[in-house]
Design a protein around this ligand. Sequence first.
Ligand SMILES: [Zn+2]
Length: 247
Amino acid sequence: METETRRLAKINGYSNEMKEQPNPVHQPKTEMRARTNKAPQPDSVPVLVNRHHPWTESAEDTDSRLAPVSAFPDIRALDSNIRLDRTCLQRLDALLDAVSGKNGIVVVSGYRDLAEQTEIYYSSLRENGAPYTAKFVALPGCSEHHTGLAVDVGSAAGGLDFIAPEFPDDGVCGAFKARAAEFGFVQRYKAHKEHLTGISCEPWHFRYVGAPHAAIMEERDLCLEEYVEILRQERAKAGHGEASHGN
Ligand SMILES: [Zn+2]
């Protein structure tokens, strides 16, 4: 399974989890903390998708990385056809198990192709108006959901709104959020990072970046825009980034 994970992670020149991880379910907190003091790993940059960085992988290549959420029959999903990147799905399953979240948490949305994001975007414009849509719905082509590495989760006890599901800070949802980084997930859109992400606070949207990256981002309170920039600078310093070509 690790071989498969590594193969998938190396697709398209980026990596989500380059290092073998000790079983994070049983990893003591102190060990976690010690590991996060390491420097960012510029050799494995998580892919950045936002309004300035559209998704560029071909639909065929993305498709080959996806698996249906229904591959794990005890994961609750709004729609059995929801798909995610295989590694992301495996880690989500482990995270849900670790917080006993398989009854209380529902997968609301995963991978979306361009046509689906276009449909969501325009139907939100019609139903919710432009200001709401600009806050919560990414432009078609610029949604993290195109990567298969982003998942929207909702509280089974709350309203499972497709665009903005409830995901409170307490109970099983709070436990999920607290342990997400151990399993490689970050809450991608936080309130105090709106000026950088271009998206309003979304407590329900988690992005899989891999455990080493997620731990560092969490510890240093970095959103992906900030973190990727730091990695880019590290790469340039190490002489193998874009800046090293001298043009
Ligand atoms: Zn989302």
